[in-house]
Write a protein that binds this ligand. Structure first.
Ligand code: HEC
Length: 252
């Protein structure tokens, strides 16, 4: 009995010492460049699948899912918001998608193995610690179902089918589809001080972004005022044009 108590006490002591040592020593490598060992990958993936399946159970799939209009709307939003990570058929990876860990799956391959409710849940809520964002906070359910409808249509699609559908979707785009927030293609160079006004308003704290906002005479470039000249200056109009081929031929 005494032996058991001693062993448990020693184990408890070891834990109390080991855990803070591990946390404070910086021993754990948080880099995205190494793969999880197999058992860890299995543990994480199983936890993920079961968590999504359990939560998707309660989701009611709309009866009219898959109308032409919905698929086209989904296609437009997929190009704007998802294709940078989930590489579409026939296109090459972006630096972002190539560097993510876990890698964003090819959705045309994955989607036949998921229910519409599961896909909807993931798109709405995101997946923590993977890079998959939650689109629920910025989009209503109707827009998210349109993405699911598009993905369903795209299951095992060829590059030609993808290109054709996206071209049709672009042609049929309404003048204003409600997507006035920045979708990653255009840099806002109209604001003095650089910082995108829509997002800085949301912070609510005056002076929070003072480095970018204090100087109204600053030239219109992203992140001006952050000190290092030339740092993050791709948006600057004064930047000389790059070479015809800078080696970055992957889809940006
Ligand atoms: C910043 C990169 C990124 C963006 C942008 C992104 N995703 Fe993802 N997505 C991921 C990653 C990484 C995963 C893998 C999560 C995992 O392994 O658990 C994922 C997973 C998913 C899954 C689940 C796949 C499965 O195995 O069940 C769906 C569905 C999905 N994304 C849809 C979308 C849609 C639709 C959009 C656009 C509205 C989008 N994603 C935008 C990175 C991204």
């Amino acid at each position: 009995m005494k032996k058991i108590v001693m062993t448990l006490a020693l184990l408890a002591l070891a834990t109390v010492v080991a855990v803070p040592t591990f946390i404070y020593s910086g021993l754990f490598n948080v880099a995205a460049t190494w793969e999880d060992p197999r058992p860890v990958a299995w543990l994480l993936h199983s936890t993920y699948s079961n968590s999504v399946a359990a939560r998707a159970n309660d989701i009611q799939v709309p009866e009219n899912l898959g109308s032409r209009e919905q698929v086209l709307q989904g296609a437009r939003n997929f190009v704007a918001m998802c294709s940078g990570c989930h590489t579409p058929p026939g296109l090459s990876e972006t630096p972002g998608s190539a560097g993510l860990n876990p890698p964003p799956p090819d959705l045309t391959e994955i989607i036949p193995h998921r229910t519409p409710a599961e896909a909807f849940w993931v798109i709405k809520n995101g997946v923590r610690m993977t890079g998959m964002p939650a689109f629920g906070p910025t989009h209503d359910d109707e827009e998210l179902w349109a993405l699911v409808a598009f993905l369903d249509q795209m299951s095992e699609a060829t590059p030609e089918a993808y290109t054709t559908l996206v071209a049709q979707a672009k042609r049929s785009a309404p003048a204003d589809d409600g997507h006035d927030h920045r979708h990653g293609t255009e840099a806002d160079t109209t604001e003095p001080g650089g910082h995108d006004s829509a997002s800085s308003e949301d912070h609510g704290e005056p002076g929070h972004h003072e480095a970018g906002q204090s100087s109204t005479s600053a030239p219109a470039s992203n992140h001006s005022g952050h000190g290092a000249p030339g740092h993050h200056d791709q948006g600057s109009p004064s930047q000389p044009a790059g070479p015809a081929d800078d080696g970055h031929d992957h889809q940006h």
